[in-house]
Design a binder for this molecule. Structure first.
Ligand SMILES: [Zn+2]
Length: 304
């Protein structure tokens, strides 16, 4: 079973040391070697066939892409090459030469599995940052407009008497594979999910809560099952819109399932045999590339 996770790219340096260097940013925005990734209303510009690849505007098209954008943010640096994202969301229908030739704006959630890992990570960063910009146009303290600073990693209140700086948000969410007797795992499904897909349990961390407490609370709220030994496994950026998924495994201390809130339409214990052979059973697993699938695959590999 494939076990890689999407949106975790290696090798792109984020270039945080350049964000406040306005002369460097201006030079890179005027450099035809720079690469611009357009984003339109949460959608990423890609060429889509059997695989998908990010459209990176470069060369003579760089000034036009920047001109069209309402926000430009620095995604990272690779050697001398700077990568930026450009938000075109304010255009009803963005129009430019680089948008021709088969390029389409598509949802990263759909095309993520088809994109090479590092490109996927850049598209995730671009989407997450642009979502944050579009949803933080006003200061939460005084209500005045905010303006982008630090190459898109700060929004500063334009009211001088306030001047509050706002930083990009990431919302921590736990996701957990609960197991019992090393031979059963607890999966649930939401009514809106396609087919008969079952997944690991997940939920947002609340203020003042540890991750371990959030795991225990979410599992109990959703299924009535009590757990122990929540152990951290790995994390995955999940920019739909702003989550960071923190993956855990936990042991069940009780068996009976009670759907306590309205989040899940069903939850069941699945045997290791069922999960390993799900293609011949009456349910589906989460998609490849999700941390949910990764947690399930890791458990199967451990106990095989
Ligand atoms: Zn303010």
């Amino acid at each position: 079973m494939k076990t890689s996770m999407l949106f975790i790219g290696e090798g792109l340096h984020r270039g945080a040391e350049f964000r406040r260097d306005e002369a460097w940013i201006a030079a890179k925005l005027g450099d035809p070697r720079s690469r611009i990734l357009p984003v339109w209303r949460d959608r990423s510009l890609v060429l889509h066939g059997d695989a998908a690849s990010a459209v990176m505007v470069t060369g003579a098209d760089v000034p036009g892409a920047i001109e069209l954008a309402s926000e430009v943010v620095l995604l990272g640096v690779d050697g001398d090459i700077a990568y930026f994202a450009a938000d075109l969301s304010h255009h009803e229908t963005p129009s430019a030469g680089f948008l021709n030739g088969g390029a389409q704006f598509m949802d990263l959630r759909e095309i993520g599995p088809l994109v090479e890992a590092r490109e996927g990570a850049m598209l995730a960063l671009a989407r997450g940052l642009m979502y944050w910009h579009r949803n933080h146009r006003f200061c939460g303290v005084c209500g005045n407009p905010t303006a982008s600073r630090s190459a898109g990693f700060v929004r500063k209140c334009t009211n001088e008497a306030c001047g509050r700086e706002h930083y990009p948000r990431t919302d921590p969410a736990i996701i957990v594979l609960v197991t019992r007797d090393d031979n059963y795992c607890l999966l649930g499904r939401q009514a809106v999910w396609p087919g008969q897909r079952y997944s690991t349990l997940a939920g947002f961390v609340e203020p003042g809560e540890t991750l371990e407490a959030a795991v225990a609370r979410e599992v109990h709220e959703e299924t009535g099952v009590r757990i122990s030994d929540a152990l951290y496994q790995a994390s995955q950026p999940w920019p739909f819109p702003t989550s960071l998924m923190l993956g855990f495994r936990a042991h069940a201390e009780s068996r009976e399932i009670t759907l306590n809130d309205s989040e899940l339409e069903d939850a069941r214990w699945f045997s290791r045999d069922d999960v390993a052979n799900f293609e011949t059973r009456d349910f589906q697993l989460p998609r490849f590339g999700s941390i949910s699938r990764w947690l399930i695959a890791g458990w199967l590999a451990d106990t095989a």
